[in-house]
Design a protein around this ligand. Structure first.
Ligand SMILES: [Zn+2]
Length: 284
């Protein structure tokens, strides 16, 4: 590798490390954030979009364990969601919702999905310039990259969506420098390593989302959320968040605030087993 490329790689690695450490600190701030759940129900986004005649698309991929994705948000966020979708349409874009509400089962097994772990491990080995990480270090990075407790991530609060944006005319993806679930130095919202055009698109999408009640999460360019612990930390509201982690009952469509939102969904033994498995797959 020419010396200049090597310097470029070192710069990218240093940036990624600083962002992951910042994300780790952010998770702790979110865990400390006070929440007073307002008890609003979840509303189905597909139905809302259909009723409003809005052109919004939804990912057809399955969630972990073959589960159907749950495209739902709290009722208080629906108007903003529809308005953001409509504003994108007027600009010649279509929002595609990649993921919405997650149950305990979804979030628990997302953190243990082999493909997720392997992606984390690859990025950590790159970060360490080819060295294998200790299980402790891999666990630290996992916490920055996957919500390990219901209170963080806020998909379990019914207040977060992951989105891609497509061109209305031909459904080609609007360039954000990478696609949904990229795990690299391109992932932070303000990554200096994407092209100016991609940066502009990210900014334009965030401006639309902010106008309609969703803040952009600094460490993933696809994640937007509103009214929850993440929003309170990002906007420094100094007030309790109105949406906290909830258990949703599909049978009667009721929600109940969780008693244990800071409790890890996987115990450290379970996570350690997944780390050992990922290291094993990597050595093969
Ligand atoms: Zn997300």
């Amino acid at each position: 590798m020419p010396p200049s490329d090597h310097a470029g790689q070192a710069e990218r690695r240093a940036y990624w490390t600083s962002q992951l450490e910042a994300a780790h600190a952010f998770m702790h701030q979110a865990l400390d954030q006070s929440v007073a759940d307002c008890g609003e129900p979840l509303r189905d986004l597909r139905t809302a979009a259909q009723d409003a005649g809005a052109r919004i698309e939804f990912a057809s991929t399955k969630h972990v364990r073959g589960l159907d994705r749950i495209f739902r948000l709290r009722s208080g966020l629906i108007d903003g969601f529809l308005a953001a979708g409509a504003e994108m349409n007027r600009r010649g874009w279509v929002m595609r919702v990649e993921d919405g509400f997650r149950t305990r089962e979804m979030q628990k097994f997302l953190a243990r999905e082999a493909s997720v772990f392997d992606a984390i491990l690859r990025s950590v080995i790159w970060e360490l310039d080819g060295r294998l990480p200790s299980p402790e270090f891999l666990l630290r990075r996992s916490m920055a990259l996957v919500a390990l407790m219901p209170k963080v991530g806020t998909h379990m609060s019914g207040s977060a969506i992951d989105i891609s944006v497509l061109q209305l005319a031909d459904r080609r993806e609007v360039d954000r420098g990478a696609s949904y679930l990229e795990m690299s130095e391109l992932t932070p919202m303000h990554s200096p390593f994407v092209t100016p055009a991609a940066r502009e698109n990210r900014q334009a999408i965030s401006t639309i989302m902010r106008r309609h009640g969703f803040v952009d999460y600094p460490y993933e360019f696809w994640h937007y959320n509103g009214g929850d612990a993440y929003e309170a930390v990002i906007l420094k509201t100094g007030k309790p968040a109105r949406y906290g982690a909830i258990d949703w009952s599909a049978s009667d469509d009721s929600v109940r605030p969780m008693d244990d939102p800071c409790q890890p969904l996987n115990d450290s033994g379970e996570i350690r087993i997944e780390i050992e498995r990922a290291l094993e797959r990597m050595r093969r």
